[in-house]
Write a protein that binds this ligand. Sequence first.
Ligand SMILES: [Zn+2]
Length: 139
Amino acid sequence: MRRAPVTAGAPHPRRPMLRPLQCDLWDDPAAATRKERWEVMRELRHDRDHSRSLLRCRLCGQLYLHERYEEKDWDSGDDSVYETLIPVRGDEDADEIMADAPGPMHLLAYFPRLMLDWPRGAREQRIRWVGRDTPGRVA
Ligand SMILES: [Zn+2]
């Protein structure tokens, strides 16, 4: 896909985000926790507490940018773990997100995204799509 030319000072061109209707995760987000579904295509960032990779759904081929972010609780050892999956078209989308949204908070601007939250003290993981019906990106 060709990118529109960028002129100096112009806002970065943005392509609309995806709604992966064909992926079973669209209707069954909890199925994202099954590790065997994922094929790792590319590691984008690898730190102990913050990693990102480009994953491929083995069932439908859909690509997702995956982030895992861990918030350490040194006192109790009960850490919070947040995972985010953003459907993308390919490397170009992934690179764009890496450049525009380097930190965990930055991903909150992307819709739709699949979130798997396990905050400290929670009994179970909270899994849901955010912005399922409003694809886009908040500047
Ligand atoms: Zn799929």
